[in-house]
Design a protein around this ligand. Structure first.
Ligand code: U5P
Length: 374
C-alpha cells in the first residue's frame, strides 16, 4: 500500500508511535510518505520505502496567524495526487484529520482517511466548546478511527457524543531499543551506590503528570529504604518540583536529569517506575519500562489500568493516595521474590501483548478494511 502519515513530529508518545509505525510499515514493504512540519525524531537516517514531505508555512503580513492547517491540507492534496496514496493516516484529530478531509475534497480522490486519537485531542480539546464540534466532525468524516485505549473511546463518546465506530489499537515500542541493558557505569556516573534502589519517573512535567505526588511518595519510601529517585524529562512544572525536593530535604537523593535520550539505559538501572498522572490515555513510558523489565506503579486513571495488570506486572493505586502508593512501592522493593515475578510479568506483557508486529498488523487490517469499504 501507499500510506501517508501525518503526526506532530516532536510531541511525546504520539509522534514516536506514528514514526515507529511508519518505519515498521516500510520494513514490511509498504511505501510510506511522512507529511509533517519537520523531520520526525528517529527518522534522521535514510530508510528504504520512506519519503518525507515537509510542510512549510508562509508568513505573509496579511496573516495574523500562520495558516499551518491550510498549508498541511495543501501539501497533503499534492502528495495524495502525485504519489497516488491509498491511505492517509493522521495522528490527532485536530488539526490533522480536518486538514486530511479538506485535502481529500480538494483532489476528489479515493484516498481513505484513518485517524488515530491519542488523548489530548479529546481529553483537553474535547472540552473546549470552540473546538468540540470540529473534532466531532473530523472523526465522523474519517473512514476509520482508532484510539490508543478503550478508556479514550469511552471519553470520546462521553464528551463528544460521537456515534462512529472507534477501534482500540494500543501503542507499541521498538524492542530493539527497549530491553534490559547491561549497564556497567550508569549507577556510578549518577553517584548511586550499588546497593541503593532506584525509582524513576519520566514525563513532560505537566500538571496532569502529578510529579509532586511522585516526589511525595519518594519522600516516604526513602525513609524506609535506601533509595534514589531519577526524574527524567522537562516541562512547566520542573521549577516547582525542584523547590519541593529542596523543601522536603531530599536533594541528595533526587537526580533531576532533564530531557534524556538514553531512556532505555536509565530504565535498565531502575527498580520501579512511577506514573501517577490524573490524565493519561495510554502512557507509552509504562510500556517502555515494562519492556526493560521494570515493574510499574500507576494510578487508576485513563488507559493506565489497560497497560498494567494490577498485582501482576505492577500496582494500580488510587489517584493521590500517597501513603498507599508509598506502601506498595516499599513492598515491591523489599520483597525480592515479588519484584522478580513482577519484572518478568512486566517484560512478558510488554513484549507479547503489545508486540510491535501484532499492533502493526492491526493497523494493516484496518487499512485493508478502509480500502475494501470504498
Ligand atoms: N521521553 C524521552 N526523554 C525524556 C522524556 C520523555 O525520550 O526526557 C519520551 C519517553 O521515553 C516516551 C515519550 O517515549 O517521550 C513520552 O510518551 P508519553 O508517556 O507522554 O506517551
Amino acid at each position: 500500500m501507499k500510506i501517508g502519515i501525518t503526526c506532530y513530529p516532536t510531541v511525546g508518545g504520539s509522534g514516536i508511535v506514528a514514526t515507529e509505525l511508519g518505519l515498521a510499515l516500510a520494513e514490511k514493504g509498504h511505501e510510506v510518505h511522512f507529511i509533517t512540519s519537520s523531520l520526525p525524531f528517529r527518522l534522521d537516517d535514510s530508510h528504504t520505502n520512506i519519503y518525507y514531505h515537509e510542510v512549510s508555512v508562509s508568513s505573509y503580513a496579511v496573516f495574523q496567524y500562520p495558516p499551518y492547517d491550510l498549508a498541511l491540507a495543501s501539501k497533503m492534496a499534492d502528495v495524495i495526487k502525485e504519489e497516488k496514496l491509498d491511505i492517509l493516516h493522521v495522528h490527532y484529530a485536530i488539526p490533522h484529520a480536518v486538514s486530511a478531509f479538506l485535502a481529500k475534497e480538494m483532489v476528489d480522490g479515493n484516498v481513505r482517511i484513518v485517524t488515530t486519537l491519542h488523548g489530548t485531542d479529546i481529553t483537553v480539546l474535547g472540552d473546549d466548546p470552540t473546538l468540540s464540534n470540529m473534532i466531532r466532525f473530523s472523526i465522523e468524516k474519517s473512514d476509520i478511527v482508532t484510539a490508543v485505549s478503550d478508556d479514550l473511546i469511552r471519553q470520546t463518546r462521553e464528551l463528544l457524543h460521537v456515534k462512529k465506530d472507534i477501534h482500540t489499537v494500543y501503542n507499541f515500542i521498538d524492542e530493539r531499543i527497549y530491553h534490559p541493558r547491561a549497564t556497567v557505569n550508569t549507577k556510578k556516573e549518577l553517584q548511586i551506590k550499588d546497593e541503593q534502589k532506584v525509582l524513576i519517573h519520566i514525563s513532560n512535567f505537566r500538571k496532569v503528570k502529578r510529579v509532586d505526588d511522585v516526589v511525595r511518595v519518594f519522600h516516604l519510601v526513602q525513609k524506609e529504604i535506601d533509595s534514589v529517585l531519577l526524574l527524567v524529562g522537562d516541562g512547566p512544572e520542573l521549577p516547582i518540583i525542584r523547590q519541593l525536593v529542596k523543601d522536603l530535604g531530599i536533594s541528595d537523593r533526587v537526580r533531576i536529569l532533564g530531557s534524556q535520550k538514553r531512556v532505555a539505559e536509565l530504565l535498565s538501572i531502575s527498580d520501579v517506575k512511577l506514573l501517577l498522572s490524573s490524565k493519561e490515555s495510554f502512557g507509552l513510558v509504562l510500556l517502555e519500562a515494562m519492556a526493560c523489565g521494570v515493574p510499574v506503579v500507576g494510578t487508576d486513571i485513563g488507559g493506565i489500568p489497560e497497560v498494567i495488570e494490577d498485582n501482576v506486572s505492577g500496582f494500580i493505586c488510587k489517584l493521590g493516595d500517597i501513603e498507599d502508593i508509598a506502601q506498595k512501592t516499599v513492598e515491591l522493593l523489599e520483597d525480592e521474590r515479588l519484584h522478580e515475578n513482577m519484572a518478568i510479568a512486566a517484560r512478558k506483557r510488554a513484549t507479547v501483548d503489545f508486540h510491535k508486529q501484532k499492533i502493526v498488523h492491526q493497523y494493516e487490517v484496518l487499512y485493508e478494511r478502509a480500502l475494501h469499504d470504498k
